[in-house]
Write a protein that binds this ligand. Structure first.
Ligand SMILES: Cc1ncc(COP(=O)(O)O)c(C=O)c1O
Length: 485
């Protein structure tokens, strides 16, 4: 008698090893709610027959699914879907990604931004904080909003574009932890670091102006520059980050008045600029009359980060950070600390863009900061990131710079012969999404490396699986991956 199959995977769009394709299809169907907890999967033999594969392949697929925690097998009874954990579908229900600009080398997907759809079964392409902690990190702040109708009434209306004094003060307290003393009056709350960078660059630069950037740059800044008609000028970097002599030369040549840098746990290189380099860059900024825009979004991940640029000369650097990576991306709360003379212009840019930052979200952020829960969430992220870095360093020949032991990402230099784009495509064909290094170059050229986001997948086991696939690819000659014609 033919067994009625409780589940038959659709493998048509899945390439790569069959057993893995079956396990991936199983994960996807569980994610999508098509396979409720407790479902008994078909016997190995029946599924093998239906899919026209060997029984060994199905056995391997079920073993893989068991290893991922998707199913459990009981001798004599069969294989059953386990109670669901948070999976891809839970954390990344898609909003439609914006349309790409067809005239540009970069798309928003390249930015690794958080509004992209999941790219594959193992997505290491988005610099996500560990998702296990996000809901728990937000909950106390959300709960704290309840109840006080007077307070809610105050928050419910339009607010000054520079923010309410108490929210600005909370921002100052948050920033002070990272070695940057701040007063409420120096702070402008913004929607995420991206909102902050947009406001600062709009306040400082006019269309046609030049912005000096590192050789590898967070693509969100490429995006702002493109939208705003700002020219990006690349400044040579070395193992310590942007080179002061190259900065001076580029400033003179281009007439730029602004430079953008990520001095701590740079995305994607992971370089943390040492103290002396920071001091030298400040010296150059003074000599060349430059304003430095300092993005410190990853500073909380560093054990003992050097003092920010803005702490070295508060008149020469505008500091931007957010709670996106330590509390939750969707909180969309960040803070700018700027020289007092620039605060009104930055507030005007916020007003032009969104009128104001949501006071409700700021209230949640303030409660989390003042209760110490934001700091606890940051600690949890740091510890998880460190565990994932250890996994990555065990599985891959990484050459990460000093101080990157708890970074969310790794910057993988490819062996001779690989191009970043062909390696990215090959990894993708094997079910792993990584970010091509080309996304970080303003001119789209190939740095011969890819970025791996280690915290993006929900489970460490999935990370191991993805990195094992990457390690296998690294061991192959690139030619083997090329089509014959
Ligand atoms: C260097 C850098 N800056 C800014 C951002 C955007 O952060 P937010 O979500 O706070 O807007 C990111 C996000 O990955 C980033 O890597």
């Amino acid at each position: 008698m033919t067994e009625h199959l409780s589940w038959t995977p659709d493998l048509t769009a899945r390439s790569g090893a069959r057993y893995r394709a079956i396990a991936d299809a199983l994960a996807a169907d569980i994610d999508a709610g098509r396979l409720p907890e407790g479902t008994r999967l078909p016997t190995h033999r029946a599924l093998a027959q239906a899919l026209e594969v060997t029984v060994g392949t199905v056995t391997r697929a079920y073993t893989e699914a068991e290893r991922r925690g998707l199913v459990e097998a009981t001798v004599g009874r069969g294989t059953f879907v386990r109670p669901h954990k948070a999976t891809t579908a839970d954390w990344m229900r898609p909003g439609s990604p914006p349309r790409n600009d067809p005239h540009s080398a970069l798309s928003l997907e390249d930015c690794g931004a958080e509004n992209v759809e999941p790219q594959g079964p193992i997505d290491l392409s988005v610099n996500y904080p560990a998702r296990t902690f996000l809901a728990g990190a937000l909950q106390p702040g959300l709960a704290g909003l309840d109840g006080d109708i007077g307070r809610l009434t105050a928050l419910a209306g339009y607010q000054p574009s520079v923010g309410r004094p108490e929210h600005r003060a909370a921002g100052a307290r948050w920033i002070a932890q990272f070695g940057l003393p701040a007063q409420a009056d120096d702070i402008v709350p913004v929607h995420g670091t991206q909102g902050g960078l947009t406001a600062v660059l709009h306040a400082l630069d006019r269309p046609g102006d030049a912005l000096l950037v590192e050789e590898l740059t967070w693509p969100g800044v490429h995006y702002i520059a493109r939208q705003h008609g700002i020219r990006l000028i690349t400044v040579a970097s070395d193992a310590e980050g942007m080179r002061p002599d190259a900065l001076a030369e580029a400033a003179r040549r281009s007439g730029a008045r602004t430079a953008y840098l990520v001095p701590t746990l740079h995305n994607p290189s992971n370089i943390t600029m040492p103290d002396a380099r920071r001091d030298a860059l400040i010296e150059t900024a003074r000599a060349e009359n430059l304003m430095l825009v300092e993005d410190d979004i990853y500073g909380f991940l560093a054990e003992t980060p050097p003092a920010p640029l803005a702490a070295r000369d508060p008149e020469r650097a505008v500091y931007v950070t957010s709670l996106s990576k330590c509390v939750a991306p969707s909180l969309r709360i960040g803070f700018i600390k700027a020289p007092a003379s620039l605060v009104p212009r930055i507030a005007q840019a916020v007003a032009a863009d969104t009128l104001m930052v949501s006071a409700l979200l700021l209230e949640i952020a303030m409660k989390l900061i003042d209760s110490g829960q934001a700091q606890a969430a940051a600690r949890a992220q740091r510890e998880e990131a460190a565990a994932r870095q250890r996994i990555a360093r065990r599985l891959l020949p990484l050459q990460e710079p000093a101080g990157a032991d708890s970074s969310f990402h790794a910057w993988l230099q490819l062996p001779e012969g690989w191009r970043a784009s062909s390696f990215t495509a090959e990894a993708r064909a094997h079910g792993v999404a990584v970010t091509s290094g080309t996304a970080f170059r303003a001119d789209g050229t190939d740095p011969g490396a890819v970025r791996l986001c280690l915290s993006a997948v929900p489970e460490r086991a999935q990370l191991e699986q993805g990195l094992t696939i990457i390690a296998d690819l690294l061991a192959r000659r690139p030619e083997a991956a090329m089509p014959m014609v």
